[in-house]
Each structure stands twice: as structure tokens, then as C-alpha cells.
Design a protein around this ligand. Structure first.
Ligand code: NI
Length: 137
């Protein structure tokens, strides 16, 4: 019997969406406000969706203490109150869109999660804009 469990965490971070291979005009036209040269921030919400069998010994799909610890140590502590363009090694040379942050976060969490469990990450950049990634390439 497969079951899904969810854990929500938050972090705040600054970024600028900017493609160094483009002119200022192209960047402005594509990225708009997120192209602001002096940076701006978002209150990100990250939700990990973990799917697996219920362990008959614990009644859990995954121990939420463990999932919480992985999300906090692998993502929140690395991204929170940072400039994603400048401060975060995992984001170097990556345009810090919600899509790309979500893929990086998925990989960081996946590396620490039991391989028997499926993982999907949903990332909200605003209340209205959000993305999902489940490892499919
Ligand atoms: Ni932005």
C-alpha cells in the first residue's frame, strides 16, 4: 500500500534572474522585475512529497523528524537569508529561477533520502507561482 506524506519548510533568499550571454534589453524583456540589478527577495516555500510503503513496525512512510532534518540541513540552512546568485555554491552558474532552485533542492534531498522512497519537490516562489520536480529527466 503506497502512501504519500508531505513536509513544508520555508526559507527567504535574494536573487537576480539574469543571463550573462544576453544584452540588458533581452534580460529586462525576459525577466522583468526579477532582473533588478540590485537584487530582491522571495519568501520561498518548499514542500517535499515522499511516497512509499507504510512501515509495519512504525506505521510511518518516513519518520518526519528525519525528513525535517534533511530538508533543513540540505536546503534551508544553505539557502536561507542568502543571495542565491552569489552565496550558494550549489547555485553557481545557474539562473536562480524557481525551476532551477527546485531541481537543485530535489538533488540535495534525494541524496540523503532512503532509496526505497519516491520524492517530489514543490517550490513556491510566490503564493501564485510554483513548480514541481520529481527527478524525471
Ligand atoms: Ni524574483
Amino acid at each position: 500500500m503506497k502512501m504519500k506524506v508531505f513536509r513544508r519548510e520555508t526559507f527567504n533568499a535574494a536573487h537576480r534572474l539574469y543571463n550573462p550571454n544576453w544584452t540588458d534589453e533581452q534580460n529586462e524583456a525576459t525577466f522583468g522585475k526579477c532582473n533588478n540589478p540590485n537584487w530582491h527577495g522571495h519568501n520561498y516555500v518548499i514542500i517535499a512529497e515522499v511516497e512509499g510503503e507504510i512501515n509495519p513496525d512504525t506505521g510511518y512512510v518516513v519518520d518526519m523528524k528525519i525528513l525535517k532534518k534533511i530538508m533543513q540541513e540540505e536546503v534551508c540552512e544553505i539557502f536561507d537569508h542568502k543571495n542565491l546568485n552569489l552565496d550558494v555554491r550549489e547555485m553557481q552558474n545557474i539562473i536562480p529561477t524557481a525551476e532551477n532552485i527546485c531541481v537543485v533542492a530535489w538533488n540535495l534531498i534525494r541524496n540523503k533520502l532512503d532509496t526505497k522512497l519516491n520524492l517530489k519537490i514543490r517550490l513556491y516562489e510566490t503564493e501564485r507561482n510554483f513548480v514541481e520536480y520529481d527527478g524525471n529527466v
